[in-house]
Design a protein around this ligand. Structure first.
Ligand SMILES: C[S@@+](CC[C@H](N)C(=O)[O-])C[C@H]1O[C@@H](n2cnc3c(N)ncnc32)[C@H](O)[C@@H]1O
Length: 304
């Protein structure tokens, strides 16, 4: 949804814009073009590969560019480091990049036989293998159910625990096979997606603490926008989208008084205008060209 994002961000020459999830730099390149000449671009990613790629891809842009390897929930200290008080545009494009799935060698995909790692930031302590080999059965089942909405969560967690008693689960293929073997064949044949899709997504969300990081970021992101500045968030999961939607709604409402009070006593005013009254979804053509975009949801807001 490159065009929609660029249009909602509405970046202009000389603006300061922050891409909190550089990935392959598709959005970053478009933003840098819009803010040139005279613009300032801050690019963040917790994956060092994305930073290395951005150094190459963005090197010929005329905008002033600063890159930061780290988690976007640390936005306040990142901006302080670059001596920036606020921006005209902030973008979040959540989830996993094509590079991470296809070339990182970190086991994000059940289609490849790679070490079961799934960390976006390889400096963080816990890998998917450490979760799968050490968490209690109930905790594993909870992750698969809550983050993956996996119907067979309990059965899969039980089988993982049985197998790891005999041998450690070290690779993505090993885990994918355990999931396939845990789901009744008839149920699996009715699914449109690979049987391991939900378990892999759930584990990745847990390993990278994706929902917690997003919730922290959403608490203060708007504080770092200039009046008229815009925030765009692309999410891929209903739990992510719910965090974004509820926070934007609260910022749009302003008042935090209990509904039973006859009038407002908190005095808080709306901080944003919501630009996407309904969540924006990709067009059929975009889904046909890129099936991975099917579950993308875009929300945008402007600071008042
Ligand atoms: C879907 S890709 C972004 C794609 C990018 N917009 C493009 O046009 O190529 C998501 C990227 O965000 C990064 N990421 C996800 N969560 C993050 C977080 N909490 N902090 C920093 N980077 C994060 C991932 O490492 C990944 O590179």
């Amino acid at each position: 949804m490159l065009n929609e994002v660029v249009s909602y961000l509405d970046c202009r020459p000389g603006n300061t814009c922050i891409d909190c999830t550089l990935g392959g730099c598709g959005h970053a390149r478009a933003i840098c073009e819009k803010i040139s000449p005279g613009g300032l671009f801050i690019g963040i990613d917790q994956d060092i590969d994305a930073i290395a790629n951005a150094e190459k891809v963005l090197q010929n842009h005329s905008a002033e560019i600063h890159l930061f390897h780290g988690n976007f929930y640390r936005l306040p200290e990142i901006l302080e480091k670059f001596n920036i008080a606020s921006a005209d545009g902030i973008l979040l494009d959540l989830g996993v990049s094509l590079h991470q799935i296809e070339d990182s060698g970190r086991g994000f995909s059940f289609m490849r036989d790679e070490p079961l790692d799934m960390r976006m930031d390889v400096r963080s302590a816990d890998t998917a293998a450490s979760f799968v080999n050490n968490l209690a059965q109930n905790d594993l089942a909870k992750i698969f159910k809550e983050y993956g909405e996996e119907r067979w969560a309990g059965q899969i967690a039980r089988n993982i625990v049985n197998i790891r008693r005999q041998t450690a689960i070290r690779t993505s293929k090993q885990l994918a096979q355990i999931v396939v073997d845990s789901i009744p064949r008839r149920a699996a044949s009715k699914q449109k997606i690979h049987p391991a899709t939900r378990v892999f997504m759930a584990l990745r969300i847990a390993v990278n603490r994706e929902l917690e990081r997003l919730a922290s970021f959403m608490e203060y992101a708007v504080d770092f926008l200039n009046p008229g500045g815009r925030l765009c968030v692309l999410s891929f999961h209903s739990l992510e989208d719910r965090i974004v939607k509820q926070r934007l709604k609260a910022l749009n409402k302003g008042c935090t008084c209990p509904p039973q009070l006859p009038r407002c006593v908190c005095g808080q005013k709306p901080q944003i205008r919501i630009l996407t009254k309904k969540v924006v979804r990709p067009t059929d053509e975009e889904i046909a060209a890129n099936p991975m975009a099917r579950s993308t949801r875009l929300r945008a807001a402007e600071k008042i």
